[in-house]
Design a protein around this ligand. Sequence first.
Ligand code: NAD
Length: 472
Amino acid sequence: MTEMTGSTFLESINQMVDRAAQVLDLDPAISEAIKECNSVLQVSFPVQLRSGVENFTGWRAVHSTHRLPAKGGIRYAPNVDQKEVEALSALMTYKCAIVSVPFGGAKGGLRIDIRNYSREDMQLITRRFARDLANHGFLDPATNVPAPDVGTGEREMAWFADTYKHLHPEDVNYIACVTGKPVKHGGIQGRTEATGRGVQYALREFFRHPEEVARAGMSGRLAGKRIIIQGLGNVGYHAAKFLSEEDGALITAVLGRDGLVFNEDGLDIEELYQYKTKHGSIRGFPGGETDDDSEAGLERPCDILIPAALEGVIHEENAPRIQAKLIAEAANGPITFEADCNLRGRGVPILPDAYCNAGGVVVSYFEWIRNLHHIRFGRMERRFDEDKGRSIVAALEEVTGAPLPEKVRDELIHGANELDLVHSGLDDAMRQAFQNMVETRDSHPEIEDYRVAAYVIALKKLASAYLDIGVY
Ligand code: NAD
């Protein structure tokens, strides 16, 4: 793919922060303090694999500790480096502030190409990495809590939690040292798909505001809107699946690592995903046409473009050719600062990453609380709520003298389970944050877009954490 031009990922984030700091007329010393990464750990360690001993290098950056624990995913990728991890940790700080999750920001990365290792190798490597992080205080339920990101999932999180438990069996909250675990090992329902679900909720909220939809040069509802999505991994797959199956949007193209598939009538995402799982690529999918130039797919006409793969894909060079009416940043940092200026200048609204992909950390927050409470949400009240619902049904049927329609009856006697509560909490977080961005933009004449509004919200909270409590 094309080399990212212009600002690096970290520079892009800092320039976006500077733009918001100017709006707030923030003391430069405070904004510098906010931007700086608090601490970074680099670890290098050997692992005895079946093929021989191999050395690995990884990082964990803690950007802010104004709230604890510091929270953020762990990425396994061949090109991870310290600067990328620092950039991602900074983004976590702003993201948590924007969606009102009371955590600091952190991120981790291990330089590895996971395609070259077996499950057994991955377990040995992950457990060794987890041990090093825990021994240096960078894995701990109270202070530093990782989650999945690119290249990691619930399997790795289970190994992290188990390694920490063996190091600290006396810690009654050991299971909260990491989120995104399998449900049967202390995870929460709905976490795996939470980021994609959050993208769906963000877009639903956008389309509940006709004046915002009109600003993007569109009208009507999400149903029938043509969407192009880059990346069919955890985030991209779930976002595309929910938007097409539940909201009636048309996914007209999916851009993969080695080509794109398109179908103007809309792709069947579940079938495409199954095809990709079987063949290792989306190329040749019979439900659409294949094209070699995946990157050029970003420039195809559509209503909504969802980059959901990696950073820096929309840059100075290709930004002027982007034709989407709205961009929803499901990936972290997919648009460089220069590209952002171009798109802003052309009036293309962007739902910024620090808002749009926050679903993962919102549900991680619920998982962490569930772990500290040592009880699943809804366990105590579900049957009680169902009994209350039954009493209401009985009373209504007695008053009206007629049975209620089955659907109404079922809805009234349904006691919320954990997944219902997770969806409700996530939806609330995404709606509230969107409304805050719109209100903030509209109350500052110098703010034109959601990204500056989002950073203004975050900076206000972060600055007050410094100024109210004091710098020490
Ligand atoms: P993933 O590893 O599950 O999926 C990434 C996908 O992108 C893969 O399908 C890969 O084949 C594809 N891809 C890689 N290079 C590509 C290219 N050049 N063109 C097109 N596709 C390409 O990762 P994920 O968890 O889905 O994360 C994707 C993005 O979302 C990252 O930026 C990540 O930081 C961000 N994010 C993830 C989460 C989460 O909960 N997993 C939360 C917030 C943000």
